[in-house]
Design a protein around this ligand. Structure first.
Ligand code: ATP
Ligand code: MG
Length: 441
């Protein structure tokens, strides 16, 4: 079972562990993208989803916490290190099945569990119109083994994660998108300042929330590149013939073309939404631009980003880069090398924007993600903003809270209630977090 973020975390591990599969072992059904039916742009009439109850057991520093959550703005205050980010992380995980900041599930369960073993859980009750959806992530913790009479544990605790919605066990791709959350955390500034892989991940999470077939396609593509790299290595070592590469070339081109087509469609939809969100957060500044730069190699770039034409381009390119690929034993073209370029007034935003500007752009991208999820699924997601207010000037803080009002439910964390203007705070439900305890105020 793999959540969307697992793809990033396992890619390099898998390259070492997976033995090269033979062509015959590898069967992949064709993947084609069917655009979702277009939906009215009237956000106010959309079904809206919200979390009505959250229960945590032995998750991070929350031994046991339960909260009933109202629609609208929810302000969660706590001093540094009390559990605010942990709380939003749990809520976000109910959407994408994986934590964006933990590389291993072991980091998520209460530390005591690692010694004693036990059970840890994130349980959410989501409500959409009259419907109730129970979303649940369980962790079974098997402690490290202790030898008799010896206090030192041998080995490390193992953690088994399982996903359920409405009590039924689900795979990662079945679970992702049942309950949608768009989250923004301080480290999301890396969307602008970080490398291309951060932006690919952003795109992949976004598309997976609206199209479960995409997550499956990514998983297949990742296997293809792993196996193809193994094959390139075997050819370099003269342990396999060139003819054995042909199958993997076809797979890379076909799976890669589907992913590139899907990303291209998503970016076309995202670009105006991101520009609109940015203008809203930055006093009318409409200079935000996005450009998709797929890694198609030296082949002729197709005029239209259609899977069949992209497939042809990738096929041409592979023939040109063959020697280089064998010398390096790495697949050098395809969507695993794509870039999403972000510009502000036609200058590269990563290199030229100030910290405050970069933060505003990253937040605009997240709000645009929310709008896109809402446009495609017809359902407005929950917005979770971790500690964003402290880094913005008063005016931008107000603009963020105004923009957030379009969501059915918005969770905002802060170290100080005073960061939230009185007018917003009076209307909000308020909670405090202290040492892993959550209390309504
Ligand atoms: P800040 O305002 O500094 O961002 P925060 O309220 O967001 O603080 P969190 O990141 O939620 O704080 O972390 C709260 C505490 O949880 C930290 O002290 C951290 O050490 C602790 N913690 C993290 N993982 C675990 C875990 N698996 N078990 C128990 N405690 C943990
Ligand atoms: Mg925090």
């Amino acid at each position: 079972m793999a959540g969307i973020l697992d793809i990033y975390m396992t890619s390099y591990r898998c390259a070492k562990l997976c033995p090269a599969a033979t062509a015959a072992e590898y069967f992949i059904p064709n993947w084609t993208y069917t655009p979702s039916p277009s939906i009215s742009d009237d956000h106010s009439r959309r079904p809206r989803i919200r979390l009505s109850q959250l229960t945590l057991s032995n998750f991070r520093n929350f031994n046991s916490a339960k909260a009933d959550l109202m629609p609208g703005l929810i302000v969660i205050q706590g001093l540094n290190g009390q559990g605010k980010s942990n709380l939003l992380e749990a809520i976000y995980m109910l959407s994408v099945a994986k934590s964006p900041r933990a590389s291993q599930d072991r980091q998520l369960v209460g530390w005591e569990m690692l010694k004693s073993g036990g059970h840890s859980q994130i349980l959410g009750v989501a409500r959409e119109s009259e419907q109730t959806i129970k979303v649940q992530i369980d962790f079974e913790v098997i402690p490290a083994i202790k030898a008799a009479g010896d206090e030192t544990a041998q080995g490390v605790a193992s953690v088994q994660k399982s996903l359920r919605s409405n009590g039924i066990k689900r795979t990662g791709s079945e679970f992702v998108g049942v309950f949608n959350v768009v989250a923004f955390a301080v480290e999301d500034i890396e969307l602008v300042t970080g490398g291309p892989s951060v932006r690919r991940r952003y795109l992949d999470i976004l598309i997976s929330q609206v199209d479960p077939a995409y997550l499956k396609a990514l998983q297949r593509y990742q296997k293809v590149t792993t196996q193809r790299n193994n094959m390139l290595r075997l050819i370099r070592e003269r342990r396999a013939g060139m003819d054995e590469l042909h199958f993997w070339d076809e797979r890379l081109c076909e799976e890669g073309a589907g992913i590139i087509e899907r990303r291209s469609i998503a970016i076309d939809q995202l670009t105006p939404l991101a520009a609109q969100s940015h203008a809203r957060l930055a006093d009318g500044d409409d200079g935000l631009g996005l450009e998709y730069l797929p890694e198609l190699g030296p082949g002729e770039r197709p005029p239209q980003m259609r899977a069949s034409e992209i497939n042809d381009t990738l096929t041409q390119s592979l023939a040109v880069v063959r020697d280089r690929e064998i010398a390096r034993a790495v697949s050098v073209i395809g969507p695993h090398r794509d870039e999403l370029a972000i510009s502000l007034h036609e200058r590269d935003a990563g290199s030229f924007s100030s910290r405050g500007q970069a933060r505003t752009i990253a937040l605009a991208l997240k709000l645009a993600e929310g709008m896109l999820v809402s446009n495609v699924t017809g359902r407005s997601p929950v917005l979770a903003l971790d500690d964003v207010l402290s880094e913005l000037d008063i005016r931008r803080r107000r603009l963020v809270l105004e923009a957030a009002q379009e969501y059915e439910q918005v969770l905002v964390t802060t170290t100080d209630f005073a960061m939230v203007e009185a007018g917003f705070l009076e209307e909000a439900s308020q909670f405090q977090v202290e040492d892993g305890k959550l209390t309504p105020r």
